[in-house]
Design a protein around this ligand. Structure first.
Ligand code: PBG
Length: 325
C-alpha cells in the first residue's frame, strides 16, 4: 500500500526540512506590548495577578518602552491610571493627563517605536464603566459617551499617538472618532477598532492592573455575548464602513474561530488581543510547575497567528521576543 507524500513523513524530517515546511513562524515583529502607565513619580508596582507586569510612572514606562524596542517589538499599547477619577472621565481627555504626557515622553525617547493608545473611559470614570452613566436610570448613555471618546482620541493624537484604539464598544464610535480626528487635522491617524470585544471573564486581572472594575453592574450591556459569532462579523462590517483601519478581536484564545472568520471577511490588518486572564493562566500554571512557560506561550501565540492574526497584543511580548532571538 502506497502512502501519498511519504517522503515528507514526519518521522523522516530533519530539522531543516521541518522548518522548510512550517506554515506559521513567529517573529518579535508580530507583537505589540500593552503597558499600564500610572500618574506620579517613581511608581513601579508589580500587579499580583499579572506576574512580571507593573504599573509604572512615566519615567519607568519610558525605560520599559526602550527595552521593548531593543528586543525588536514594533510598538506599545498604553493604558492610563490617572491620579483621580470623576463622573465625566475628565482625566481621559486632559491635555496634561497621564496618557498624553506618556505618549509625548515615549515618542521623544524612542521615536521609531509605535505608540498606540487605548481609547476608553473606564479607567477615568469614578464608576468604572466605559461610557457616561445616567445615574437615575443606571444606563449607559451612548451618544454622550461618543463625544468624550472622540475628544479623548483627539487629545491622544495631539500628544503624538501613532494609532488610536477605541475599546469601549459604544455604537458609532469609529465614525465619531474619525469625524473629530479629521476635523482637528489628524486625517492620517489610523483607528484600530476593537471591533469584536466580548464580555469576558478573562479581563479580570486587567481590572486590577488598570483599577477599572465597574462599581455596579457589568459590561454586558455593551460588550458582546461570548455565545455569538455572526454578531462579531456584523460588528466588524459596521466598523469597516465607519472607517476603521485595523480590526481587533478580543480575547484571543477562546475566540480563535472568530479570528479565522473575521480574517476571511475583511482584508484590513487583523489584530488579536491575548488578554490579561490568558496571560495569568499560563503564568500561574508555570509558577506551580504544571506547564513549561516558554513552550506553552509559544504554542499559544502560534495558534493565534495561525488562526489569522497578523498582530498580537500580548503581555508575553518581551519574553517571546527574547526567546525568539
Ligand atoms: C477597557 C479595556 C479592557 C481591556 C482592554 N481595554 C477591560 C474591560 O473591558 O473591562 C482588557 C484587556 C486585558 O484583559 O488584558 N475597556
Amino acid at each position: 500500500m502506497a502512502f501519498p507524500q511519504q517522503r515528507l513523513r514526519r518521522t523522516r524530517r530533519t530539522s531543516a526540512l521541518r522548518s522548510l515546511v512550517r506554515e506559521t513562524e513567529l517573529s518579535p515583529q508580530d507583537f505589540m506590548y500593552p503597558m499600564f502607565v500610572a500618574s506620579g513619580q517613581e511608581v513601579d508596582n508589580e500587579i499580583p495577578s499579572m506576574p512580571g507586569i507593573r504599573q509604572m510612572s512615566i519615567n519607568n514606562a519610558v525605560a520599559e518602552a526602550k527595552r521593548a524596542h531593543s528586543l525588536g517589538i514594533p510598538g506599545v499599547l498604553l493604558f492610563g491610571i490617572p491620579e483621580s477619577k470623576d463622573e465625566a472621565a475628565s482625566g481621559a481627555y486632559d491635555p496634561e493627563g497621564v496618557i498624553q504626557l506618556a505618549v509625548r515622553a515615549i515618542k521623544d525617547a524612542v521615536p521609531e517605536l509605535l505608540v498606540v493608545t487605548d481609547v476608553c473611559l473606564c479607567e477615568y470614570m469614578s464608576h468604572g464603566h466605559c461610557g457616561v452613566v445616567d445615574a437615575e436610570r443606571g444606563e449607559i448613555m451612548n451618544d454622550v459617551s461618543l463625544e468624550l471618546l472622540a475628544r479623548t482620541a483627539v487629545s491622544h493624537a495631539e500628544a503624538g499617538a501613532d494609532v488610536v484604539a477605541p475599546s469601549d464598544m459604544m455604537d458609532g464610535r469609529v465614525a465619531a472618532l474619525r469625524a473629530d480626528l479629521d476635523r482637528e487635522g489628524f486625517e492620517h491617524t489610523p483607528i484600530l477598532s476593537y471591533a469584536s470585544k466580548y464580555a469576558s471573564s478573562f479581563y479580570g486581572p486587567f481590572r486590577d492592573a488598570a483599577e477599572s472594575a465597574p462599581e455596579f453592574g457589568d459590561r454586558r450591556g455593551y460588550q458582546m455575548d461570548p455565545a455569538n459569532a455572526r454578531e462579531a462579523l456584523r460588528e466588524v462590517g459596521l466598523d469597516v464602513e465607519e472607517g476603521a483601519d485595523m480590526i481587533m478581536v478580543k480575547p484571543a484564545l477562546p475566540y480563535l474561530d472568530i479570528l479565522r472568520r473575521v480574517r476571511e471577511t475583511t482584508d484590513l490588518p487583523l489584530a488579536a488581543y491575548n488578554v490579561s486572564g490568558e496571560f495569568s493562566m499560563i503564568k500561574a500554571a508555570a509558577e506551580k510547575g504544571w506547564l513549561d512557560e516558554q513552550s506553552a506561550v509559544l504554542e499559544a501565540m502560534t495558534g493565534i497567528k495561525r488562526a489569522g492574526a497578523e498582530v498580537i497584543f500580548s503581555y508575553h511580548a518581551p519574553d517571546v521576543a527574547r526567546w525568539l532571538s
